[in-house]
Ligand binder design. Structure first.
Ligand code: 4AD
Length: 434
């Protein structure tokens, strides 16, 4: 019988002869007996006691199968169960210069990420990530949305030219996609409410704790919706993910010492503020925009940055929607509110306690001529958007959607400072290896 360490730590197994496959996590040699901590393929560990003569050349990270009886010993770590082994099979003796130890510099952990993903901390994060993806998908499936896939090689910018990754596509110029949105918009005409989970790419020139150059983007788009509908979808989706992930990953959150009491209270409705009120609030707090060497008071028309977003949510345990941004700080596709000229029907969601923006969405401009004008004003090459404009030429409908950055959501849920910690192989301005 081969079982995982986590399952073996159960009274049912006491006195049973079992085997467990895994890697040597720690070794403590004594004259007669050796204590091995075996780590299984889900980051669970069990202490194994074995005759020292059978473990002569064993090293950290060697891969093994150990056979023996499960017994209780209160001194055994993480649960008080241990495996009294009589046999060990070695798959591979690890080279004895395994570079990842208990205390490691952050740079080394990134340089050796292919090995660092084995640390128990990263295993716990990866398990939570897997659950987040699972419950995201489940919410959409349960609520009658259809999943689509969108291309990653594209001809046009969605979120502005300054963060495009260029590439040579045979004889043409092309880019890595910044967002699947335009393709989702094309699909609502045949599938109704649709969603996708695709990598998005941003050539972010600055190094920050919340920007990756490649991130996982969960995006949704639906016909005949209002902004209110879109806010509700996001409230329900995010609350559903958090509720279920907390329920199924309690052990992982405990390991990471994440106090989840505030997350347990996340439920609809979220807080709301208009962009205009948010600027008033920031002005009243004397918030300053710092550009290079100078600084000035924030003004209506400025985009919100990480510091202003932090200030808006610093003592708030609830996410906050900022609604109604000026069109000039939003992309070309945002629909103008005809009752408030110059204002877009768009909202960003800020995570609580200063974690900043995690989603962005709103209604899309569905009028052909207004959209053409906006594309021109933004200096975009109209021919690259001709197919997109067809969506307004042939049966245009009011519609809208949103995009959520999975790593941004995780950063908040895990209470991590650096977004790089939420993903096994982060891509940043400085890192594309391993
Ligand atoms: O605000 P953004 O740029 O909006 C869009 O891309 C829309 N087209 C989405 C849509 O409506 N379908 O990005 C959406 C979200 C952000 O709120 C953030 O969570 C995440 O994507 N995001 C990033 N995450 C990590 N690193 C980056 N560089 C990110 N840029 C955006």
């Amino acid at each position: 019988m081969n079982t995982r360490c986590g399952e073996l730590k159960n009274d049912e197994y006491i006195g049973k002869y079992v085997s467990v496959k895994g890697w040597i996590h720690r070794i403590r040699k004594q004259k007669e007996n050796t204590f091995l901590l075996i780590r299984d393929d889900r980051g669970e560990i069990i202490q194994c006691i074995i005759d020292s003569s059978k473990t002569n050349n064993i090293t950290i990270e060697s891969s093994v199968e150990v056979f023996g009886l499960i017994q209780k010993d209160s001194r055994a770590p993480e649960g008080g169960y241990e495996l009294k082994a009589d046999k060990i099979h070695i798959f591979n003796i690890s080279k004895n210069d395994y570079p990842i130890g208990e205390y490691q510099s952050l740079d080394l952990l990134l340089e050796k990420r292919h090995l660092a993903v084995r640390t128990r901390r990263m295993t716990m994060v990866s398990k939570i990530r897997s659950s987040i993806l699972h419950f995201s998908r489940k919410w959409f499936t349960d609520n009658d949305w259809l999943e689509i896939t969108a291309p990653v090689l594209v001809k046009g910018a969605v979120e502005g030219g300054s963060t495009l990754f260029n590439l040579k596509y045979f004889d043409e110029e092309a880019y890595l996609s910044q967002s699947a949105q335009l393709y989702l918009e094309a699909m609502i005409f045949s599938l109704g409410q649709v969603w996708s989970m695709t990598p998005s790419f941003r050539a972010e020139k600055s190094r920050t704790v919340r920007h990756l150059t490649e991130f996982l983007h969960l995006e949704a788009e639906a016909p005949w919706v209002t902004l209110e509908d879109l806010l509700k979808f996001q409230e329900e989706l995010i609350s559903f993910i958090i509720y279920n992930v907390l329920k199924s990953n309690r052990k992982e959150f405990e390991f990471l010492k994440r106090n989840v009491s505030e997350l347990e209270k996340i439920s609809p409705p979220f807080n709301r503020i208009t962009y205009e009120k948010a600027i008033d609030k920031l002005q009243n707090a004397e918030f300053k925009i710092v550009d290079d060497d100078s600084s000035r008071k924030i003004e209506y028309g400025d985009d919100l940055n990480i510091e202003s977003e932090r200030l808006l949510t610093i003592n708030s345990p609830k996410p906050l929607f900022v609604i109604g941004y000026p069109l000039k700080i939003k992309p070309f596709y945002v629909k103008e509110d005809i009752s408030l000229p110059g204002i877009g029907i768009a909202a960003d969601l800020l995570a609580p306690n200063g974690f900043g923006e995690i989603t962005s969405g709103g209604l899309r401009e569905d009028d052909l001529h207004k959209l053409e004008k906006r594309i021109m004003l933004e200096g975009l090459e109209q021919s690259n958007y001709d197919w997109y404009l067809d969506l307004r030429r042939y049966g245009s409908v009011p519609h809208g959607g949103f995009g959520l950055g999975i790593e941004r959501l995780m950063r908040w849920i895990l209470n991590f400072t650096d977004i790089k910690d939420t993903v096994p192989f982060p891509r940043t301005i400085r890192r594309i290896y391993p």
